[in-house]
Design a protein around this ligand. Structure first.
Ligand code: NDP
Length: 280
């Protein structure tokens, strides 16, 4: 039977550690503040934003909320970001994605000060990750490294296959695994003989956004499988990119959906907020 990697439990450990550090900082008169901006009322974004604010409350991080209407001009958002960049009492700025189609996400992300970019999406932070310098790192891949380490799974020297090459998950995931001395392959929609590639993996990270695509046939016996996907199945039930029922009997460890990677993403956002004060 595979080990079920409990992201809820591990994220709680991380959040409790953060809570203690936030309390200690408060004792020194320092408060951490995260500004969260949501544009429009995309229901999924509303849920994510709510969960992020709850995480702030739990750990003692102050959160400020900004809600712009879905037809707000990009200039309005950029002006708000600029104001928050300047404010000394704001340590982290998060603009919930996706933005409405009339806004240029790249321009907005680039407008956030790299020193307050707790999502780790700013090109300067991405570049820092690439060349091994300190900087903010995208929360989901950062959380996956923590899940592996805190579950006693060693990464060094392991063959890791990252399925997906997005800027927020796949690419930073591959770079972080490389930093941990893994041998890394990135696979994507143009990869030939995908099953052969994924079956090479000691650690397989699925970030494709396709419900239950990764069945047992894609997985080597005894591999560790991390499921990043958040999808809906044919019954509108939440599910991952991994077909848990066929993969669990083959692998040695697996993250469930929900309760795997998702809670870690928020925990690492709070971790980045804590780091922001050290980066000033
Ligand atoms: P994207 O859609 O940006 O990227 C998906 C990647 O998967 C692309 O690189 C694409 O390849 C690849 N891909 C798509 N279909 C196939 C296929 N049939 N075979 C091989 N590769 C394929 O998604 P994200 O990276 O943003 O997110 C991935 C999943 O993770 C989603 O379900 C998302 O909801 C979830 N997610 C979960 C988070 C969490 O906290 N748990 C956080 C962020 C995302 P190509 O580049 O060639 O098009």
């Amino acid at each position: 039977m595979a080990m079920i990697i409990d992201g809820k439990e591990i994220s709680l450990q991380v959040k409790d550690e953060i809570k203690k550090k936030v309390e200690a900082l408060k004792g020194q008169g320092k408060e951490i503040t995260l500004a969260v901006i949501q544009v429009g009322d995309n229901p999924a974004s509303t849920v994510y934003v709510r969960n992020k604010k709850r995480g702030c409350e739990y750990t003692g991080i102050r959160s400020l909320s900004y809600e712009l209407s879905g037809d707000a001009a990009e200039e309005e958002l950029l002006a708000l970001v600029e104001e928050l960049n300047e404010r000394e009492d704001v340590n982290g700025i998060l603009v919930q994605l996706p933005l409405p189609p009339h806004m240029d996400e790249d321009r907005v992300i680039s407008a956030i000060s790299p020193l307050k970019d707790v999502d780790g999406f700013h090109p300067q932070n991405v570049g820092n990750l690439c060349i091994g310098r300190p900087g903010f790192v995208s929360c989901t891949p950062l959380g996956i490294i923590q899940l592996l380490k805190r579950s006693g799974i060693s990464i060094e020297g392991k063959k890791c296959v990252v399925l997906g090459r997005s800027n927020i998950v796949g690419k930073p995931m591959a770079l972080l695994l490389l930093r941990e001395n893994a041998t890394v392959t990135i696979a994507h929609s143009r990869t030939e003989n995908l099953k052969e590639v994924t079956r090479e993996a000691d650690i397989l990270i699925a970030a494709v956004g396709r419900a239950k695509m990764i069945t047992g046939e894609y997985v080597k016996e005894g591999a560790v499988v991390i499921d990043v996907g958040i999808n809906r199945d044919e019954n509108n039930k939440l599910c991952g990119d991994v077909d848990f029922d066929t993969v669990e009997p083959v692998c040695s460890a697996i993250t469930p959906v929900p309760g795997g990677v998702g809670p870690m993403t928020i925990a690492m956002l709070l971790h980045n907020c804590l780091e922001s004060i050290e980066r000033e």
